[in-house]
Design a protein around this ligand. Structure first.
Ligand code: HEM
Ligand SMILES: [Cu+2]
Length: 637
């Protein structure tokens, strides 16, 4: 037992978590005693524990062992490559530095949060099925929609894209791993911490955080302590995405295979390159805003507090928050754009129409994404003139997005379409995201925005974009790379059933929300006027069916992973590099170093090749279990 407690792993993590709690308890008591305050204050202990315990947990788990030894000048233990790759399902429950294992850990964890967040949505819809009070009181309802939205944004969409890219991106550029494998593992393990914090807020005194995922001050600086579960949880999730983004940037810039110039990179790589730029520039802003809230809340600073002439400025919170959160909507869109480009080109056997414009439009979105934040504040009392430039830039950002839509349509045009599951989700994405984009352009117009602000029209828009947009691309991507990741084929009939049930019930759930929104049903309410009763019942019933449809997906994935037919290395006859190796790929991705000789999408062009593989003559063989550093590891240390 004591040996198990010294080794990094779950036992040591439990021990260190306990130490972390004891430490925060002691720190709080000692500091309060030193300042002559009441020695015990539950809230103070809780806050320090929320910060300290997760960090102790990560140390115990072994996330920092290597760096601690290195910092102390002691001999570091080089990554033991016998731990690379996963041999049984148990290997997914400990830190691993293989990008393929991390990719799956990320993706599965994120889907776990999708189901948690989805259950909360079902509870909300149960409450909203009829006017009046059914299951939860208004306070609990506020908690439900806040945690629902926060979990789905910070712990599902953003990380699941990082997970999929983690798996396929190094393969696509011909690299043996990510640039910083240890940092990669740490990025993943920060996520469960954030998730546990957010979900545990339901058990905190005063209830879960209930200020919405936007956590506007001064609501958030005066809420019960559960609010800190958001404030601190977001810090962990944000640190995770910043670390991953840096990892992607360095990997893409420095680890491309010979011949892989920027304009030979698959668009998925371009998409993650752009997203990572957005993440490293924007995410520090939300980190700062939540840090200020924490200081206001716990220590009585006055960034946002205006009470008793503290001198704070609440409007400032909104500016800083949206300076992150508008770019964040593209953090939630661009990786999906990449997935769709892969799927559409392969499944219509056509080169991507306007490949370079596709890449440039991604970069244009990165830049323009920072110029529009105040369109979220049209009704919040800014200088009226600021609204005009914000309306204009918001309309302009639709241009690069439009370029992408038309390029995809151009790719489909006269293609040989293979309407299987990934393709159906890609086409579903195209239509649904376009509708979400149109309601977005409508919302950019100040007069309309003022009219529908805080109504169900917003809820409709947000779900067309995030569910019909992001989630459809995620499904497309999971089905598309499923054979590569698991070595198995999924059940095509169940996949199609999943698509059609999702598509139909998605529209029945969210389309009527436009209507009741324009008619004046306010958002974020647990109860509503009788005139909206019929539509709300329809919406609730459809949303339950929509919830059930994801069970088809879950069943298909689990059953096919365990017992589906074996996948060949390239079931879709795709050209990009990840399909040129076995399914699943060898431990270090490539037995022979690939050389890239052409574009990634030359489908239908006779004799076109993207990459060729040749053995690098008598050079050292690829490292096998436990001996010698891999190229990835050399660059990591
Ligand atoms: C079964 C599907 C879903 C249903 C029935 C559902 C339902 C709801 C409801 C009732 C709200 C509260 C609306 C309000 O009054 O503000 C909400 C908010 C929200 N949902 Fe969902 N949701 C679903 C799926 C998703 C997914 C997949 C995502 C993202 C991936 C998502 C993201 C959000 C966000 C960001 C908000 C907050 C909107 C805001 O108020 O700013 N939802 N959802
Ligand atoms: Cu925005």
């Amino acid at each position: 037992m004591s040996a198990a407690l010294r080794q990094p792993g779950w036992y040591r993590a439990a021990l260190y978590t306990a130490i972390g709690i004891a430490f925060s308890f002691g720190l709080s008591l000692a500091t309060r005693a030193a300042y002559g305050l009441d020695v015990y204050k539950g809230e103070a202990v809780l806050f320090i524990a929320m910060l300290a315990a997760p960090l102790f947990f990560l140390v115990g788990l072994g996330c920092f062992d290597y760096w601690f030894r290195w910092a102390a000048g002691r001999p570091t233990i080089p990554e033991d490559h016998s731990g690379h790759g996963a041999k049984s399902w148990k290997d997914y429950f400990r830190p691993n530095t293989d990008h393929k294992v991390i990719g799956i850990q990320y993706t599965v964890t994120a889907f776990f949060f999708l189901f948690v967040g989805g259950l909360m949505a079902m509870l909300m819809r149960a409450e909203l099925a009829q006017p009046g009070r059914q299951f939860v009181d208004p306070g609990e309802f506020n908690g439900l929609f806040s945690v629902h939205a926060s979990i789905l944004i910070f712990l599902f969409i953003i990380p699941v894209f990082a997970g999929l890219a983690n798996y396929v991106l190094p393969l696509m550029i011909g690299a043996p791993d990510m640039a910083f494998p240890r940092l990669n593992a740490l990025s993943f393990w920060l996520l469960p911490v954030a998730g546990v914090l957010m979900m545990s807020s339901f058990f905190m005194p005063g209830g879960s955080f209930a200020s919405g995922w936007t956590a506007y001050a001064p609501l958030s600086t005066t809420a019960p302590p559960g609010q800190m579960a958001f404030t601190i949880g977001v810090q962990f999730a944000g640190a995770s995405s910043i670390a991953t983004a840096l990892n992607f940037l360095v990997t893409i810039i420095t680890m491309r295979a010979p011949g892989m110039s920027f304009f030979r990179m698959p668009l998925l790589v371009w998409a993650n390159f752009s997203t990572s730029l957005l993440v490293v520039i924007a995410t520090p802003f939300i980190a700062a805003s939540q840090f200020f809230v924490l200081l206001d809340y716990a220590l009585g600073f006055n960034f946002f507090r205006t009470a008793q002439d503290a001198g704070g400025d609440v409007l400032m919170y909104q500016h800083v928050f949206w300076f992150y959160s508008h770019p964040a909507v593209y953090i939630m869109m661009l990786p999906g754009f990449g997935i769709i480009s892969e799927v559409l080109a392969v499944k219509s056997r056509k080169p991507i129409f306007g490949y370079r414009m596709m890449a440039f439009s991604l970069l244009a979105i990165v830049v323009l994404g920072f110029t529009v934040w105040a369109h979220h504040m049209f009704v919040s009392g800014m200088q009226p003139w600021i609204r005009i430039p914000m309306m204009v830039t918001t309309a302009i950002i639709a241009v690069p997005t439009g370029i992408k839509i038309f390029s995809w349509l151009g790719t489909l045009w006269k293609g040989v379409l293979h309407l299987d599951t990934p393709m159906l989700f890609a086409l579903g994405f195209l239509t649904m995201f376009t509708l979400g984009g149109i309601s977005g352009v409508m919302l950019a117009m100040i007069p309309l925005d003022i009219y529908v602000s805080d109504t169900y029209f917003i809820v409709a828009h947000i779900h067309y974009v995030l569910f019909g947009g992001s989630l459809f691309t995620i499904f497309a991507g999971v089905y598309y790379w499923f054979p590569k990741m698991t070595g198995r084929m999924f059940d095509e009939r169940l996949g199609k059933l999943h698509f059609w049930t999702t598509f139909v019930f998605f529209n029945v759930t969210f389309a009527p929300m436009h209507l009741i929104g324009v008619q004046g049903m306010p958002r974020r309410v647990a109860d509503y006027a009788d005139q909206f009763a019929t539509w709300n019942l329809v919406i609730s019933l459809a949303s339950f069916c929509l919830g059930l449809s994801t069970l088809i997906f879950a069943y298909n994935i689990v059953a096919s992973w365990r017992g589906g037919p074996r996948a060949v290395s390239n079931p879709w006859r795709a050209l990009t590099l990840e399909w040129q190796v076995s399914s699943p790929p060898p431990i270090f991705n490539f037995d022979d170093i690939p050389t890239v000789v052409g574009g990634p999408y030359e489908y239908g062009v006779p004799g076109a090749v993207h990459g060729v593989f040749k053995s690098p003559d008598p050079a050292p063989p690829a490292p096998a279990g436990g001996v010698g550093p891999s190229p990835a590891q050399q660059s990591a240390t």
